[in-house]
Write a protein that binds this ligand. Structure first.
Ligand SMILES: [Zn+2]
Length: 284
């Protein structure tokens, strides 16, 4: 009975229309494909894992800048192509106005070149360790007040800037920052002009956390950490109006809402579905 109800509840998803908003981590499933499919949307391939013999789960990051509209989602195996769609709805983002010293809002040529170089390094993190399925996000890196939410349209000293690709969590100077999920430290940037001391932590599957404005950094590039391990402490280095942690989250380059991804449970459950008593999968 219970299962019949569950399938009924899943029918709209099976019909192949998924609704999402910019910044969402979309969890999708498909059945009756008995070889590993590729999942394609927004012009790229996304992580896929086997849930049982012919059932698969996929993860798609809807980038912050994706506009409203209908987008194709394709499951592809050698023999079959299954077409579905993602209906991206508009999301209202807060407008955040900040005032900072003029040297942190307007830049000379050399400073601008440095800022761009550092931004490129951080963007490069977003392409790291794309294989497999991401380690589950288990906790916020710090507890505190959300001072700037994900996606906020920022106005710095009266001028519009790029939207906020992360969440700012205000916490006292020196508060320990804990890894939200297991991962590998793929970059440590010291004294970045805008980002301050920053860390990139790759969780696998192309999911990468970026932490900015740290006071102290306790890990080195190449270190492997478990969820809950301390990475450094909260600071106000770079462009910051007070001590806070900026936590950005990428999935294969898409900028997604870290707190939204943390709240989604479906992608964090173990893949083994022992209840179904299906033959053991050879892969995945
Ligand atoms: Zn921020």
């Amino acid at each position: 009975m219970k299962r019949a109800f569950l399938w009924f509840a899943l029918l709209p998803a099976l019909a192949g229309a998924h609704e999402a908003a910019p910044g969402d981590l979309l969890v999708v499933e498909t059945t009756h494909l008995c070889t590993r499919p590729r999942l394609i949307a927004f012009g790229k391939a996304w992580p896929v894992r086997r849930m049982s013999r012919c059932r698969w789960q996929g993860l798609i990051g809807v980038d912050l800048a994706v506009g409203p509209g209908r987008y194709a989602l394709i499951w592809k195996t050698e023999g079959k192509t299954r077409r579905e769609s993602i209906h991206v709805v508009k999301r209202r983002f807060r407008i955040s106005r900040i005032r900072v010293p003029q040297r942190l809002a307007r830049f000379d040529k050399a400073t601008l070149a440095r800022i761009r170089r550092e931004a490129r390094m951080l963007r490069g993190c977003a392409q790291q360790m794309a294989q497999g399925w991401p380690a589950p996000l288990l906790q916020q890196p710090v507890q505190g007040v959300i001072s700037t939410p994900f996606g906020a349209r920022r106005i710095v000293n009266g001028e519009a800037r790029s939207p906020h690709a992360g969440v700012d969590i205000a916490a006292p100077l020196g508060t320990p920052i804990r890894a939200p999920a297991a991962g590998t430290v793929v970059l440590v940037l010291h004294k970045g002009y805008l980002v301050g001391n920053a860390i990139c932590l790759a969780h696998g599957g192309g999911m990468v956390s970026v932490f900015m404005h740290l006071a102290e950094v306790f890990v080195q590039q190449g270190a492997h950490v478990q969820a809950g391990d301390i990475l450094g402490t909260v600071g106000a280095t770079g462009r910051a109006t007070g001590p806070h942690l900026h936590w950005g989250l990428f999935l294969r380059g898409a900028r997604i809402d870290p707190l939204g991804a943390l709240a989604r449970r479906a992608w964090r459950t173990p893949a083994a579905t022992t209840k179904m008593r299906e033959p053991q999968a050879k892969e995945g």
